[in-house]
Ligand binder design. Structure first.
Ligand code: CUA
Length: 155
């Protein structure tokens, strides 16, 4: 009789932990997933280098509180010279790819976007801490995928 009761308790416990586990996995998969496309604009992937703002990649100040950062992703790196942006200001990242699908992921932030050739992916972000942040690709894109990274300095 006792055994039977304990078995039931363990069965319920097992089911409850399974549900808790699944919901944690579900929630974290959702929150760590790729940012849904904010503003998707199309671009000719063969003409990226001559299409604004990618003809002059890098940081552009738009007004007192807003900066735009244009970045081209390609196998295997990011065209993003001298990435330095101020803390506490709105930074609008615009990223596109000239070849295959990459990601634009800034370590320790919520910036994690898929970069698709033919599209401009836009994401606004405000850094709240100065420092150097690693930008990396977490979308497998070929043999050099693991070497695809750069850095942004927040001052
Ligand atoms: Cu680009 Cu992985």
């Amino acid at each position: 009789m006792h055994l039977h009761k304990y078995e039931k308790i363990w069965l319920v416990f097992g089911l409850v932990s399974l549900i808790v586990f699944l919901s944690i996995v579900g929630v974290s998969a959702f929150s760590h997933g790729h940012t849904p496309a904010g503003g998707m604009t199309t671009i000719d992937p063969k003409k990226v280098n001559e299409t604004a703002p990618f003809d002059k990649p890098g940081v552009t100040q738009i007004d007192d509180d807003t900066y735009q950062v244009a970045i081209v992703a390609m196998a295997f790196g990011y065209t993003a010279p001298d990435l330095k942006v101020p803390v506490g200001k709105e930074i609008i990242f615009k990223v596109t790819s000239t070849d295959v699908v990459h990601s634009f992921t800034i370590d320790n932030t919520k910036v994690n976007m898929m970069v698709v050739p033919g599209q401009i992916t836009t994401k606004s972000y405000t850094f709240d801490k100065p420092g150097k942040y690693l930008i990396l690709c977490n979308e497998y894109c070929g043999s050099g995928h693991h070497y695809m990274f750069t850095e942004i300095e927040v001052y």
